[in-house]
Design a protein around this ligand. Structure first.
Ligand SMILES: [Zn+2]
Length: 282
């Protein structure tokens, strides 16, 4: 799933490529993509696309007095194309047509239709549940006092950091990188962190997410690729040596994601039980 750095670079590139263009028309081939019906999508026609910005892990396309809020979910991509989508293209979910045959296209891979969009007024956007409940952005990291207050909850760090109501922008990939960078166990509780640990985690948010964005700025041109070159060090690297200490990176498999960590530096040398394995062994 695209997280803060992936969504941010997408917003920057789309803004650069499409800001100022007058929208010719908009349509939604994805039958369940649009979650709002009033105003109708046709209301976008004739408006100027002012820009694209990131809101948490979502994208907001500003057009006059309207905003299209887009959630890519796990398999969606919002890209600018120089030619128009064939109506037979089954990945198309939302098409915003611009002059010169250009098109801002929301596509989704796989058979599931989970990516969604809403056409809202700016006031409705601010009041929308997906926006109004967001915590502050993880990057730039909130100041120390606020960061400690946000994390002061008796919940494990891995789900706590991925909770968009607590802090916005972190998902299943970057949470592993942040915890590894701060040398913290994914099973430590937010309310149990001492000041030193909290500050390491806060600095990790700034450094890791900032470095990823710098990396994307350097390697990504005008076109956002389907798969972003994520500079991951531990996530998806189970079985490989930890880049810092050489210990084998371990993984815990959950129903729909994998948590990766370095036992030596994050869990006091303990290899945690893999729930998938223990279920199989029962
Ligand atoms: Zn290590």
């Amino acid at each position: 799933m695209p997280e803060l750095p992936e969504v941010e670079i997408t917003a920057r590139r789309l803004s650069r490529g499409a800001a100022g263009a007058e929208i010719e028309s908009a349509l939604a081939p994805g039958m369940v993509t649009m979650k709002t019906f009033d105003p109708p999508l046709e209301a976008l026609a004739g408006r100027t696309l002012a820009g694209v910005r990131r809101v948490g892990k979502m994208l907001a396309i500003d057009a006059g007095e309207l905003v299209v809020l887009v959630h890519l979910m796990s398999a969606g991509r919002l890209q600018l194309w120089d030619s128009r989508s064939s109506l037979r293209d089954r990945t198309s979910r939302l098409l915003i047509r611009l002059p010169g045959d250009r098109e801002l296209r929301l596509r989704e891979f796989g058979t599931q239709q989970r990516a969604w969009a809403k056409l809202l007024t700016p006031e409705a956007l601010e009041a929308d549940d997906a926006v109004a409940t967001l915590g502050p952005d993880a990057y730039p990291a909130p100041p120390p006092d606020e960061f400690s207050r946000l994390l002061d909850q008796p919940r494990h760090l891995h789900p706590l950091l991925r909770d968009q109501r607590v802090i916005a922008g972190i998902g299943r990939s970057w949470v592993d990188e942040l915890l590894w960078t701060a040398r913290l166990s994914p099973f430590q509780k937010g309310s149990e962190l001492d000041d030193d640990s909290l500050e390491r985690l806060r600095v990790a948010c700034d450094e890791v997410l900032g470095d990823v964005l710098d990396h994307y700025e350097q390697v990504i041109g005008d076109t956002i690729p389907d798969k972003l070159p994520m500079p991951l060090q531990v996530h998806r690297r189970a079985g490989e040596p930890c880049p810092r200490c050489g210990t084998r990176i371990e993984a815990i498999h959950f129903k729909d994601y994998v948590m990766c960590y370095c036992p030596e530096e994050q869990t006091g040398g303990r290899v945690l039980k893999d729930r998938r394995l223990s279920r199989l062994l029962k």
